[in-house]
Design a protein around this ligand. Structure first.
Ligand code: NDP
Length: 253
């Protein structure tokens, strides 16, 4: 994507990123801060989140709020309690990037352990839904809110072996479409990003044989992440975007 954002694109925007401790989420948090946003880092590992917060502080940018929440164990009640605590610290949310995700195991569905199925669904679908429900009131306080979900090519066309992960990403696309319809006349846009193969630890565990040097880095796929959080994408809603348009799914060639 060729997109040249203004350096102050996200000034005065307050953006929460889940899975901000590593990979694409870490890069998105750093990028949003660089472009002026006040960021809220959500993840399960306090130490890793603090390191990201320190990096943002070292850029001379607004010090992020760090929120430790394990999405594998959240409930609707704990998500509402989290949103209530957040509402005491911030006036509104202008953006939420649901980025945290779990791969599970790459095995045929016939062999997939039910516990793995449940873990993947819990993090990728249930927690995303609970958190979205809890954060909607804060998002609707924004003049122009943006809710972004993270999809995958296997969330659009099923692929052998991708089991619970693929099914969870179909559910994510569905959640995005339903919400986009429900809020189409309100000040909230709802979209998905499919990052495409990107150099992270999740990617390395899915494709251990792949030459990672052939993959885009998280920093290289940031244009669409910026576009969807800033004013240039206003009124775009209900769309599943590709961070790497034209990239063929599967191992890097
Ligand atoms: P990583 O595994 O590198 O990072 C995942 C992030 O999610 C980490 O911050 C991780 O925390 C966090 N996370 C995982 N489980 C939980 C949990 N239970 N509670 C809170 N946080 C959690 O993955 P990527 O950066 O590669 O993936 C980011 C998103 O992009 C995912 O939704 C993934 O499905 C999607 N995606 C990635 C692609 C790729 O090629 N990389 C391709 C297509 C989609 P911790 O640091 O503690 O592990």
């Amino acid at each position: 994507m060729h997109y040249q954002p203004k350096s102050d694109l996200l000034n005065h925007r307050i953006i929460l990123v889940t899975g901000a401790s590593d990979g694409i989420g870490r890069e998105a948090a750093l990028t949003y801060a660089r472009y002026g946003a006040q960021v809220i880092l959500l993840g399960r590992n306090a130490e890793k989140l603090q390191r990201v917060s320190d990096e943002i502080g070292a850029l001379g940018k607004a010090v992020p709020l760090v929120c430790q929440l394990d999405l594998a164990t959240v409930t609707p009640e704990s998500c509402h309690a989290f949103a209530d605590r957040l509402a005491q610290q911030i006036p509104r949310l202008d953006g939420v990037l649901h980025n945290a995700g779990l791969l599970g195991e790459i095995v045929p569905l016939a062999d997939l352990a039910p516990e793995i199925w449940q873990q993947v669904m819990r993090v990728n679908v249930d927690a995303t839904f609970f958190l979205t429900q809890a954060l909607l009131p804060l998002l609707l306080k924004s003049e122009a809110g943006s809710l972004v979900f993270t999809s995958s090519s296997v969330g659009r066309t099923g692929r052998s072996g991708w089991g619970a992960y693929a099914v969870s990403k179909f559910a994510t696309e569905g959640m995005m479409q339903v919400l986009a319809e429900e809020y189409k006349n309100r000040n909230l846009q709802v979209n998905c990003i499919n990052p495409g193969g990107t150099r992270t630890k999740m990617r390395a565990s899915a494709f251990p044989e792949e030459d990672a040097a052939k993959l885009k880095t998280p920093a290289e796929i940031m244009p669409i992440y910026l576009y969807l959080m800033g004013d240039d994408s206003r009124r775009k809603t209900g769309i599943s975007f590709d961070a790497q348009p034209g990239r063929k799914p599967g191992p890097a060639e």
